[in-house]
Design a protein. Structure first.
Length: 71
């Protein structure tokens, strides 16, 4: 959709705690859906409204670089 607003949102599985990131896109029409955890199968997030979620990924924080001191 041209001119739509995309944001990244973060979710944790309520069962196993695995963290996910997803892209949220605003729409003029209503959408609904849900996403289940890839590990335990429990519903992580469900939505309905003028937005949709896509590009679900496991949220892996950047690992520290060995040999460098933290500022």
């Amino acid at each position: 959709m041209a001119g739509s607003i995309w944001t990244t949102e973060f979710f944790d599985c309520p069962n196993c705690g695995l963290s996910y990131a997803a892209t949220k896109e605003q729409h003029s029409a209503k959408h609904s859906g849900s996403f289940n955890c890839e590990v335990c199968g429990v519903e992580v997030h469900a939505w309905a409204g003028n937005y949709d979620f896509f590009n679900w990924k496991i949220d892996q924080p950047n690992a520290p670089v060995f040999g460098k001191r933290w500022a």
